[in-house]
Write a protein that binds this ligand. Structure first.
Ligand SMILES: CC(C)(COP(=O)(O)OP(=O)(O)OC[C@H]1O[C@@H](n2cnc3c(N)ncnc32)[C@H](O)[C@@H]1OP(=O)(O)O)[C@@H](O)C(=O)NCCC(=O)NCCS
Length: 186
């Protein structure tokens, strides 16, 4: 019988399985660590608990997790989009996916995506769409490695909104007049 090397012994068994209701907090917290505003400063989509609960309640078949020794170390949340009048009518959409940093480049992303793809294919989907920030080189390399090609370039524009000087002055005056209330004057 072939004996395992010490490195092989240390590797935990990682299972890819459908997400369950008890996994929701772990998936949310893993996403919080991965989708940080430092790395993705102008996040065009916001990671919050509703993303996890909404995808799970509407498309649980397309929500998968990777579990190592009882700990969630990766996930994919996806859905399908119906578009009448288009070539494929029903598209798969990978909304969020992430793998714990210490488990990256160990083919977990690939295993999660492949399982999702099998589910989508079984359900009649023939094209899958994924999107990510233009600067997210890791994700772009990953999706390319999984056979995705760049279809179109989205440009996201941002504008910081500022209060008018008149309103700011009015607020300041109100604060000076009643400093103890701290009430906003607008
Ligand atoms: C994108 C992500 C999910 C990939 O997961 P992963 O488990 O590390 O990916 P895999 O090990 O399955 O990689 C499969 C292939 O994709 C490519 N790839 C993955 N990560 C890469 C990277 N950082 N740089 C270059 N190529 C990469 C490689 O070709 C790799 O095969 P190889 O290791 O044999 O070269 C992971 O980097 C991640 O969680 N990133 C942060 C969150 C994020 O940006 N999510 C995507 C947008 S929602």
């Amino acid at each position: 019988m072939k004996s395992e090397s010490p490195a092989e012994k240390k590797k935990p068994d990682i299972v890819i399985r459908e997400m369950e209701i008890d996994d929701l907090p772990s998936v949310y917290h893993l996403g919080e660590r991965l989708f940080t505003s430092e790395d993705l400063p102008i996040l065009y989509r916001t990671w919050d608990q509703y993303e996890v609960t909404d995808y799970y309640s509407s498309d649980s078949d397309y929500c998968l997790v990777a579990e190592a020794n009882g700990i969630i170390v990766g996930f994919v949340l996806a859905t399908t989009i119906e578009k009448e009048g288009t070539a494929w009518k029903r598209y798969g959409y990978v909304a969020w996916m992430g793998v714990d940093e210490s488990f990256q480049r160990r083919k977990l992303g690939r295993r999660l995506y492949k399982k999702l793809e099998e589910e989508l294919l079984e359900d009649g989907v023939r094209m899958v769409i994924a999107d990510t920030e233009g600067g997210n080189a890791d994700a772009i390399s990953f999706f390319k490695a999984e056979g995705f090609s760049r279809r179109s370039e989205h440009v996201w524009l941002a504008k910081t909104l500022q209060r008018s000087a008149k309103k700011a002055a009015k607020r300041k005056r109100a604060q000076v007049a009643s400093p103890e209330t701290g009430e906003r004057a607008d």
